[in-house]
Design a protein around this ligand. Structure first.
Ligand code: 48H
Ligand code: FE2
Length: 255
């Protein structure tokens, strides 16, 4: 077969422009493709729902790739073991109730599950602001190209609409800060000391709608709530992503 470079370029441009344009009005926008965002996407997509992960970096996986201090292993506790099984992530038991998995396999399988469920991915795309109109809800996101953001070039952003937004941006809770910085009625307490058991126990109750139309998920949920951090135990991230997906689907059903 003859290969034409311009055809290759046009195939990429036309296909992506069509998909991107079709996803400018989302049912559920998940900001951040770390472990909690990936689980949320895998469990929120499907049944025709338009769900996308918007990820600022080149790769999804967030803080999971690096395991603990660059050792590419994660620990998941008994309460979340069923999610390892659900996503086909292999593990070994260490002691009693501590399950150890490869962080690389975990990211790869969560990403594959989100793809298979029908979620779309927009990587190299940074959320820099939110849309809040007369109804007082977060109803959209202001997005820019990450390389544009990194170079500080003066290029205006684009905007997409989302019925529900999930802040899965990790420690920085970026979407929550966007709301607060523009005067939204949302107090961000900031993350607390390391206390794994407390952090992991309470993360589900912190995974909630923190502002109309905006659900906090994963480490962002604890950061907004002033809750402890947990280090490289990832059960809470998986469970929080699962809970955020349930909440997002319920909210969507109520609209
Ligand atoms: C688009 C953005 C933006 C933006 C950031 O940090 P993450 O892995 O988040 P979680 O909550 O799924 O997982 C947290 C976990 O990795 C962790 O750090 C733990 C358990 N720490 C415990 C401890 O004690 O330290 O992923 C967040 C993702 C990243 O991929 C970012 O690049 C992305 O969000 N992101 N995407 N627009 N403005 N900001
Ligand atoms: Fe962390």
């Amino acid at each position: 077969m003859k290969l034409d470079e311009v055809t290759i370029s046009r195939a990429i441009l036309k296909t992506h422009a069509e998909i991107f344009s079709g996803y400018l009005d989302l049912d559920i926008a998940i900001v951040g493709g770390g472990p909690s965002g990936l689980v949320c996407a895998a469990l929120a997509a499907g049944d025709g729902r338009k769900v996308a992960i918007i990820e600022k970096k080149l790769s999804v996986g967030g803080g999971m790739w690096g395991g603990g201090m660059t050792f590419p292993r994660i620990v998941v506790q008994e309460e979340a073991r069923r999610l390892l099984d659900q996503f086909g992530i292999r593990y070994t038991e260490y002691g009693s109730g501590y399950f150890v998995a490869s962080s690389i396999e975990a990211v790869a399988k969560l990403t594959a599950a989100a793809c298979d469920a029908g979620a779309e991915f927009f990587n190299l795309t940074s959320v820099e602001d939110v849309v809040v109109k007369g109804d007082g809800r977060v109803s959209g996101l202001v997005i820019t190209s990450s390389p544009v953001e990194m170079t500080g070039l003066h290029v205006d952003p684009l905007t997409l609409a989302a019925k529900i937004t999930v802040d899965a941006t990790g420690h920085d809770a970026i979407v929550a800060h966007c709301v607060r910085n523009k005067g939204g009625d949302l107090f961000i307490h900031g993350e607390g000391f390391m206390w794994a058991e407390r952090a992991e126990t309470n993360i589900i109750s912190h995974t909630r709608e923190i502002f109309p139309g905006l659900i906090a998920c994963g480490m962002a949920a604890n950061a907004v709530a002033g809750e402890a951090r947990m280090g490289p135990v990832f059960g809470g991230m998986l469970l929080s992503g699962e809970h955020a997906a349930v909440l997002a689907r319920e909210s969507l059903g109520r609209l």
